[in-house]
Design a binder for this molecule. Structure first.
Ligand SMILES: Cc1cc2nc3c(=O)[nH]c(=O)nc-3n(C[C@H](O)[C@H](O)[C@H](O)COP(=O)(O)O)c2cc1C
Length: 210
């Protein structure tokens, strides 16, 4: 698969996990791709916590279900009705969770390139996630990002030391198929913007969509 094809066909997977576990050698290749990501000052501030314990997956899924309900209740009636059929995780079905965590102290206090923009640390960890997601797509393995959680809950669940921050819970596993159209678009939640609306020339306001 070409890089462009992987970018184009990558999907956030929720409902299409087969229930089988991702093969260990494939998982390692995908993690190697994540670990190749660029990082500010070459700080490599990410770590990957692999979770396959059924009880842990169940506990996290129960917590996410509570957060989903709280979000649903916060919505006006029309949005709540649109949200209702949308699945937001495949935690137990995927059988494997990768918690991508971030250590802002990695590399010490003098990180080349982070002095003016402190967020570049966490940006680096997020780039590792994108590498992981694209590599998984190239392996025909599904990934779904779950962010319906309280960080303190996840911190305790996987025993993170002080200062290590969870950035994403990724469900990962073999899939029956990749949807062609993103779920949120298919279910009428939100569609994609046109590229031309996102490109500005010379300045943000004056150069909008010329
Ligand atoms: C930071 C981030 C957090 C996300 N959190 C969730 C989530 O909690 N549940 C979910 O179903 N999808 C989640 N997604 C997936 C998005 O809904 C999805 O990427 C978007 O709708 C576009 O669909 P596509 O990834 O299939 O192109 C998240 C994506 C990102 C980048």
């Amino acid at each position: 698969m070409s890089l462009y094809e992987a970018i184009r066909t990558r999907r956030d997977v929720r409902a299409e996990f087969t229930g089988e576990s991702v093969d260990d050698a494939v998982l390692w290749r995908i993690l190697e791709a994540a670990h190749c990501a660029p990082s500010v000052g070459n700080s490599q501030p990410w770590d990957f916590v692999l979770v396959r314990n059924r009880a842990t997956l169940r506990k996290f899924a129960a917590h996410v279900a509570e957060k989903r309900l709280a979000f649903a209740r916060s919505l006006p009636a029309e949005r709540a009705a649109t949200f209702d059929p949308i699945k937001i995780e495949g935690i137990e079905e995927s059988g494997t969770g990768i918690v991508v965590v971030h250590d802002d102290t990695r590399g010490g206090p003098h990180i080349l390139g982070r002095a003016s923009v402190p967020e570049t640390g966490v940006y680096s960890t997020i780039l590792a996630i994108q590498n992981l997601w694209l590599a998984a797509t190239a392996e025909q393995i599904g990934v779904g990002w779950v962010s319906f959680y309280d960080a303190p809950f996840l911190t305790e669940l996987i025993d993170l030391p002080a200062g290590i921050r969870p950035v994403a819970w990724l469900c990962i596993g073999p899939v029956t198929e990749f949807q062609r159209i993103p779920d949120l678009e298919r279910f009428g939640w939100r569609g994609r913007r046109e590229l031309a609306d996102a490109v500005h020339y010379e300045g943000y306001e004056a150069g909008r969509g010329q």
